[in-house]
Design a protein around this ligand. Structure first.
Ligand code: ZN
Length: 424
């Protein structure tokens, strides 16, 4: 079950990411795009004073066009700041400037963002691109898990960041196999083997500690360590105190996996499903697994996909869970005729950098007058609203795990698990 609050978070994150993508693609002709970061404790009048100062400094800009553009951007920011007595609780970021559009057009655009996490810097910058790094860092996963798979012959490390498994690297041991060479005494062989195993565990422990402790903000962000491998190796390793005590404290559990190379990492995450049950990756994965399981049944079982089919099923109230890829970059346009009562709706793709103004709307099929745009709405918002009408659940599915990327690539990013079959 999705809590309403969780969905809001996923949606907010999606909106935030999309806004950053849009800003990222924007470019000015000269150094005329202004980035302004205001932390929550900054006085607004300090900011306006600096902006007025910068406005005066513009006299030194040689290119007349750049000078005019920078001055318009500053004026535009100043007029927006009038509405604020104080910065918002988490501060604010303002991106303003004359950006290049499709073709030769340019437009003065201003975007004000209230970030999802507190901004702790003040910055004024004028450049040909917007400075987005401080916001981009907020998109990084709040929590990360450490992954370690090992047996006596090899070990492999990785991270689980949100839905994404990040492989780090592996190491192999020189522990001799169980078969001893002729002439060696069994006791001596056993001792040498024990020494080699201990050396390998020590090496794995040291490297684990180095990798995991180096994770930024380890104490706040590092949620836990999953250890996978055959028995009794992983138990032996965990019990032997080979890990730094801070890392050792974070061990969540030991899980049986067959592979101890890179392939062992997804296996480990799968095996640890229950331990990770609150996590987004597991939730999204289980929805996609249910969808794919239905799909292979006769007549696709309770699975449906494709925009047209999903719209029909939503209309009928037949959708149990709507699955939308967080990679969808599409808009639903409501279009009307300039002179008669003709209206239509159209789904168009909206890759970063494209705006609705770049779309040819064509002419009215009834009276041939030009068609005009009535409303543009992000397709995720639009479909989610339709889903709300019949209390269908909505899941945004990221594409950084296998089944998630299949939703985007093979099913157009729009699918559903149905309450009952409808034939659509
Ligand atoms: Zn018409």
């Amino acid at each position: 079950m999705t809590e309403p609050g969780e969905m809001d978070d996923a949606r907010k994150r999606y909106e935030f990411k999309k806004t950053l993508e849009k800003l990222e693609a924007q470019e000015g002709d000269g150094t005329e795009l202004i980035t302004l970061y205001i932390p929550p404790d900054k006085q607004i009048y300090d900011v306006t004073n600096q902006l007025k100062d910068e406005y005066g400094q513009c006299a030194n800009i040689k290119s007349k066009q750049t000078r005019t553009n920078v001055q318009s951007a500053i004026s535009s920011i100043l007029s927006r700041l009038k509405y604020y007595k104080h910065p918002p609780a988490k501060g604010m970021a303002v991106f303003c400037g004359t950006v290049k559009l499709y073709g030769d057009r340019t437009d003065l655009q201003c975007t004000v963002i209230e970030p999802p996490e507190p901004l702790n810097l003040y910055m004024y910058r004028c450049s040909s691109k917007f400075e987005l790094e401080p916001l981009r860092q907020m998109l990084e996963e709040k929590y990360v898990y450490g992954l370690l798979v090992l047996d006596r012959r090899e070990a492999y490390w990785g991270f689980l960041r949100g839905n994404r498994i990040e492989p780090i690297g592996g190491s192999t041991s020189t522990v001799p196999g169980k078969m001893r060479k002729g002439g060696q005494s069994a006791a001596r062989f056993g001792r040498l083997r024990e020494i080699a195993i201990n050396e390998f565990y020590t090496k794995v422990g040291e490297r684990s500690s180095a990798i995991f402790l180096a994770e930024k903000n380890f104490f706040e962000r590092f949620k836990g360590l999953l250890i996978g491998g055959p028995s009794p190796t992983k138990e032996e390793f965990e019990a032997g105190n080979y890990l730094h005590h801070e890392v050792q404290k974070k061990v969540i559990g030991l899980f049986d996996v067959a592979y101890t190379n890179e392939d062992g990492l997804p296996e480990l995450v799968d095996a640890a499903k229950d331990a990770l049950s609150g996590m987004e990756v597991v939730k999204e994965k289980s929805f996609m697994e249910r969808f794919l399981k239905e799909l292979v049944k006769d007549n696709n079982g309770l699975a449906a996909y494709g925009e047209e089919s999903i719209r029909k099923n939503l209309e009928l109230g037949a959708v149990d869970t709507l699955l939308l890829s967080a990679n969808l970059r599409k808009s639903r346009l409501k279009i009307k005729c300039q002179s008669c009562d003709y209206t239509e709706e159209r789904t168009v793709s909206m890759p970063v950098g494209k705006t609705v103004r770049d779309i040819e709307l064509g002419t009215c099929p009834k009276c041939t007058a030009p068609l005009v745009l009535d409303e543009e709405i992000d397709i995720i918002d639009e479909l989610a609203k339709l889903a709300d009408l019949s209390s269908a659940k909505v899941e945004l599915i990221s594409d950084d795990f296998e089944e998630g990327s299949i939703l985007f690539s093979a099913f157009g990013g729009i699918a559903a698990i149905l309450r009952y079959r409808t034939g659509y």
